[in-house]
Design a binder for this molecule. Structure first.
Ligand SMILES: O=C(O)c1ccccc1NCC(=O)[C@H](O)[C@H](O)COP(=O)(O)O
Length: 276
């Protein structure tokens, strides 16, 4: 793992809380055994009926969000699915994101799409805290343990999303055998978001890897920008959680539908000059 001093204080605090939960999980017992809902198939279903494959995130709060959303997470999740989300992500980190394993359990029971467990897994025992269809491993945080954690997660039946932030982490993810890779536009050292991160890493991802653009996607124009850069799917939290989750999800999942294409460019990548 990186030098902890290089990480934002909030992220250092998140990791230290994760290690404490890992100790508790190690004492708790049973090994998870999952029959997962297929994430790639869910993306294909979305594409087949004209929706951009979006993993919508139930994210009550975060170190970079003001306030917290207190609505029933199950109602939020159902709204996201109604808005066309191909899959869901549910935070289970309690101290900094307002998540819980109980929330994930309840959401997964209520919906029929794949559910990603969004947490900061750094030790094998944490994998047994709750069943989900997909778990996240963040290359930066697990360091040399990535191959072993990937194998441990797969042994339990989980699909694994390996998150990277640069080419070096991408190489480590591919060497470890990752088949689903997320490029996080949020730099976890400084908590700054830059969609250019995905654009710089995506060209180096092999075609047979499922590629997900994560974080900072806030508008249909951002969706189109990430898709143009090669994203098979997008992971979106804050922009969906801010307001009407069903309408917000629908706006992003329909970003490529012809009748909804926004003729007004939101950013430079959409700008086309009409000769006069
Ligand atoms: O979102 C944060 O503030 C955050 C802070 C520290 C570590 C991780 C953080 N986010 C984790 C995520 O990966 C995002 O929740 C996810 O990619 C969605 O991002 P967004 O659409 O920008 O909410």
């Amino acid at each position: 793992m990186d030098d902890p001093d290089e990480l934002a204080p909030a992220v250092r605090s998140i990791l230290s809380a994760a290690r404490e939960r890992a100790d508790a999980a190690a004492r708790a017992g049973d090994t998870a055994s999952v029959t997962p809902r297929d994430l790639a198939a869910a993306f294909e279903r979305a594409e087949a009926d004209g929706r951009v494959p979006v993993i919508a995130e139930v994210k009550p709060t975060s170190p970079t969000t003001e306030g917290s959303r207190e609505d029933d997470p199950v109602a939020l999740a159902e709204g996201m699915v109604a808005g066309g989300a191909a899959a869901l992500s549910v935070l289970t980190e309690p101290e900094h994101f307002g998540g819980s394993v109980d929330t994930l359990r309840r959401v997964r029971e209520a919906v029929d799409v794949p559910v990603l467990r969004k947490d900061f897994v750094v030790e094998e025992a944490q994998l047994d805290a709750v069943e989900s269809d997909v778990v996240l491993l963040i290359a930066r945080f697990v360091g040399d343990d990535l191959p072993d954690l990937l194998a441990a997660a797969r042994d339990r039946g989980f699909q694994v999303l390996v998150e990277v932030h640069d080419r070096d982490e991408l190489e480590r993810a591919l060497d470890a055998g990752a088949t689903t890779v997320g490029v996080n536009n949020r730099d976890l050292a400084e908590l700054v978001v830059d969609l250019g991160t995905f654009e710089s890493v995506a060209p180096h991802v092999p075609d047979d890897v499922t590629l997900i653009a994560e974080s900072g996607i806030g508008s249909p124009a951002d969706v189109r920008r990430m898709r143009a850069a090669g994203a098979d799917a997008l992971l979106v939290g804050s922009a969906i959680m801010d307001g009407d989750v069903e309408a917000n999800t629908r706006e992003l999942t329909r970003a490529e539908a012809d009748d909804d294409a926004d003729p007004t460019p939101h950013d430079a990548t959409d700008t086309t000059e009409t000769p006069t």
